[in-house]
Design a protein around this ligand. Structure first.
Ligand code: CMC
Length: 426
């Protein structure tokens, strides 16, 4: 079907030459924009074989289990950097110098508060509102308090502003759900330490910040930081394609992330493990259920649209879970169930033949639980980590003068033209 530079697509004696689009590594693409000359559209359910853009932010080789950001291996970043350093890398394309990092941190501090009037919004939500609903609404609301249009000039500051405020919103929404007064951010604390302090200290409780917990939180947020054109990032770019503002675009990403097949899986994993525990801990029964197509039950935290190998992020999380629980002297029965589930599934023909491995969400919930973060906040933690990625992807889209509004086509399957029937004759 292809020569060196072009692919030829033939149909019923007609053919069209389709140019190849090359990246630096990984798949090349076939530019199918000329395909309509054949009188047909391309059809790709879920866009799983379609590159929606060219991007220089993240590289994944799903067969080999490789994940790199701006060329750096995810494990090197997790081992050596703070979350803020990698956020800078993702947004700007290069690792910051000490001065650049200090400058970025100053911006994070300057913008850490949210407008006091926004505090009223929190009180309007019912006490059991899901924190993802609050987060999405509050991020959209930011666009009515802070102008986006004027800030694009200093994008480092724009990015810092959003990264800082979203952390504050996340912690405030948790405090509101407890009915406790909010804890304001402190300039003397690092990004992650500040977040933990805002979550867990209170006027009646002094929270001691454990540097090991801060380290693990940094690593977890880095592991979430970007993952090329996943569902939520695609939502962010989709809104950007209509020239939607940054806050509105990120809010769309938050909503997409919430779904249990995407970032909401971390909450679903903890619910699944708790259900197995409450049901007597019979792991094999649930593996069996996951294999039964009629059952509708899936192993949450297993499988991935891109990885056909062990998710490199899950490998890091599995080790971190062992280390953190040991360090904190915690015994979480859910970790034992998770380990057993993984062991059984990875030997089972169903999972082996479909190349289904644990994904990032399989062990993260256990880590967050060990830090004291409640189950309904788990996807918010994913959003905090993913935020720099969304910002970078939004900016990449905005800077591309050739980018078009996203407007897929469809294969129509409805009624053909039929005569109108008056309401009295139906
Ligand atoms: N449990 C049982 N069977 C599964 C699972 C699972 N978790 N995942 C996929 N399968 C089966 C699926 O039924 C299908 O079987 P068959 O070929 O017999 O029809 C086969 O494996 C291929 O699955 P698929 O639905 O084509 O896979 P996909 O690439 O469309 O979906 C997925 C990927 C992540 C939505 C899916 O694996 C899933 O639902 N996993 C559970 C939810 C989850 O953990 N999501 C988090 C993903 S990682 C975080 C992030 O979103 O970035």
């Amino acid at each position: 079907m292809s020569d060196i530079e072009n692919a030829i697509l033939s149909l019923r004696g007609e053919s069209v030459e389709l140019p190849l689009v090359h990246g630096t590594e990984g798949y090349s693409g076939i530019d199918i924009s000329g395909i309509s000359k054949l009188g047909h559209l391309s059809y790709d359910n879920g866009f799983q074989n379609t590159a929606s853009c060219q991007s220089s932010i993240t590289f994944i080789d799903g067969e080999k289990g490789i994940l790199r950001h701006r060329g750096y291996d995810i494990v090197d970043l997790v081992e050596n950097c703070s979350f803020i350093e990698v956020a800078y890398l993702i947004v700007n394309g290069y690792l910051p110098t000490r001065e650049e990092l200090a400058h970025f941190s100053r911006h994070l501090n300057e913008h850490s508060l949210i407008h006091e009037d926004m505090q009223h919004f929190f009180t309007g939500f019912p006490a059991d509102a899901h924190p993802m609903a609050i987060l999405a609404s509050m991020v959209t609301s930011l666009s009515s308090f802070y102008s986006v249009g004027n800030e694009l000039g200093d994008f480092v500051e724009t990015a810092a502003k959003l990264i800082s405020k979203v952390r504050t919103i996340a912690a405030f929404s948790y405090k509101k759900s407890l009915g406790e007064p909010v804890v304001y951010p402190r300039h003397d604390l690092s990004y992650c330490a500040n977040f933990l302090n805002m979550m867990f200290s209170s006027p009646v409780r002094h929270y001691v910040i454990d540097p090991d917990v801060v380290k693990v939180l940094n690593k977890l947020l880095i592991l979430h930081i970007d993952h090329e054109q996943n569902c939520s990032t695609t939502a962010v770019r989709l809104i950007a394609s209509a020239r939607g503002n940054l806050y509105a675009s990120i809010s769309a990403g938050i909503c997409a992330l919430w779904g249990p097949l995407h970032g909401g899986a971390n909450q679903a994993v903890i619910e699944m493990l708790s259900r197995i525990k409450a049901d007597g801990g019979d792991v094999r029964k649930y593996v069996q259920m996951a294999k039964d197509k009629k059952d509708g039950f899936r192993l949450m935290g297993f499988g991935h649209a891109v990885y056909r190998n062990y998710d490199p992020r899950a490998r890091v999380c599995r080790k971190m879970a062992d280390d953190l629980l040991r360090k904190l002297n915690l015994n979480d029965p859910l970790l034992d169930i998770a380990r057993e589930l993984e062991e059984i599934a990875l030997k089972d023909e169903y999972f082996v033949s479909r190349k289904l491995y644990p994904n990032i969400d399989f062990y993260t919930g256990i880590l967050y639980r060990a830090m004291g973060i409640p189950t309904n906040m788990l996807t918010v933690m994913f959003a905090l980590g993913r935020l720099p990625g969304w910002i970078a992807q939004w900016k990449e889209f905005y800077d591309n003068e050739k980018a078009k509004i996203t407007r897929p086509r469809q294969i129509y399957t409805g009624q053909k033209h039929r005569p109108f029937v008056n309401i009295d004759k139906r």
